[in-house]
Design a protein around this ligand. Sequence first.
Ligand SMILES: [Zn+2]
Length: 230
Amino acid sequence: MDNSVSNSIYNSSVTCPVCGSNFEVTKVKIRSCKVVSRDSDFCTYYENINPLLYDVWVCENCGYSSMKDKFEEIGAKSAAIIRKEIKPRWTKRSFSGERTVDGALEAFKLALYNLQVRNAPCSEFAKVCLRIAWLYRFKGDKEKERQFLEFSLKNYYDAYQNERFPLDKLDEFTCIYLIAELNRRLDEYEEALKWFSKLISSPEARKNAKLMNTAREQLQVLREQMGRHE
Ligand SMILES: [Zn+2]
């Protein structure tokens, strides 16, 4: 079996919900994606091709950019804002074809900019910022990774307080877990402890055994970190 990237991707045509034009997006064949490992904040590593790199679609004609699973969901009001604020500044440019981590970063940052212009919910910012942090992790850029983990965490706090669960596919307990784990990664140990404890003491959360196991493991990692800093 040929595992090269070019054999793992294919193009398909979509219609932009903002400008109505057709353009090509690049998709990843699911059978090409073999998970090798997963970090404690759900960043996933694959054997050959990482589908994360292709998760943002960019309309080459108007610059509308979004996570692909949300691409078609845009409302009329948001579409009008993109036509007014982004399209006039956009130079026609295609994002189809094989993507490097840098190419993916560019697409994700466009998606982030689109969210800002649309004044989108914090949960959407949190999700995109976490993925940008992962892309910087792939590049080994610790400073930028940390900066985007901070943006992501700030938006998960806001989403937790002000939005109704589930946040798209994210349930309340996974959100609490992420808040705890991102705090741990950012060396905010007391705050991480508070949120891990909140999760572990919740009778409702116990229904998700896998999440609870991961939370207990990370709490152990946190206690070791805290011990070293005493
Ligand atoms: Zn468009």
